[in-house]
Design a protein around this ligand. Structure first.
Ligand SMILES: C[S@@+](CC[C@H](N)C(=O)[O-])C[C@H]1O[C@@H](n2cnc3c(N)ncnc32)[C@H](O)[C@@H]1O
Length: 234
């Protein structure tokens, strides 16, 4: 009989890829629950292994921007309202955030956002075609401060190499962070990706469409920095 090694994790856990997020239970307000029930069916696209038919989903053909990790969606809603000629797909795993963005969509009657509540890495792989995106927004991704957690950071060379395949030539990748060591990692990784070209000499000025979040405003008053990076696909 074959000897069992009890120290080995079960097969399905052994090759589990490291995720850039942890799913945490979060409290949902009644407004968020109501928005999920009433607006979810229209604005939330179920995750599936099938390309999103954007023409059918949005009822038009328009530049398409993917946002990874929209949090509570305040910036997403502002940007979508500022750029009504663009369509936005937002990925977020945190359900209260999905409820919060749906609430904003309802209150502000925003029609150009759809949400996928799932890991963006898998959404890209399974639902987004090659060269399908005109832009990608990654704002304040979790910095994973501790060195031993750095491997969870989203902006790493293999992820970026895969991401750029989904961006059209001439399309852009816009990242922002308020954690300097992560900004430095972003600059290094994006500059080293051969398909990307920096639009600035180093960090970029904040593009006008990205609103200052409450949290960011507070940070700026305290003298904390924010770094934007805007790269174009060659
Ligand atoms: C620090 S928050 C920032 C949220 C928002 N962008 C902002 O500026 O306020 C990062 C968010 O990214 C989400 N996130 C991290 N990795 C993700 C992934 N692979 N797919 C989808 N969402 C992800 C987390 O759930 C979290 O809500």
């Amino acid at each position: 009989m074959e000897e069992q090694d009890n120290k080995q994790p079960p097969q399905d856990l052994k090759h589990r890829p490291i995720k850039s997020f942890v799913t945490r239970p979060g409290r949902m307000g009644t407004g968020q629950i109501k928005a999920l029930t009433e607006l979810g069916p229209k604005f939330v696209l179920p995750y599936k292994v099938e390309r999103i038919d954007t023409a059918a989903t949005f009822g038009r053909s328009a530049p398409l921007v993917l946002e990874i990790g929209f949090g509570m969606g305040a910036a997403t809603a502002d940007i979508a309202a500022t750029l009504p000629d663009h369509d936005f797909i937002g990925c977020e795993v945190h359900e209260p955030g999905v409820g919060a963005l749906l609430k904003l969509i309802g209150e502000r009657e925003i029609g150009n956002i759809r949400i996928v509540q799932h890991d963006a890495v898998e959404v890209l792989r399974d639902m987004v075609g090659e060269a399908a995106l005109d832009g990608v927004h990654i704002f304040f991704p979790d910095p994973w401060h501790k060195k031993r957690h750095n491997k969870r950071r989203l902006i790493q060379a293999p992820f970026v190499a895969n991401l750029v395949r989904h961006i059209k030539p001439g399309g852009y990748l816009h990242c922002a962070t308020d954690w300097q060591p992560y900004a430095e990692q972003m600059l290094e990784v994006l500059s080293a990706e051969p398909h990307l070209l920096n639009t600035a000499a180093g960090y970029a000025d904040k593009p006008a469409y990205r609103p200052l979040t409450k949290f960011e405003n507070r940070g700026i008053k305290l003298g904390h920095g924010v770094w934007d990076l805007v790269f174009r696909k060659r």
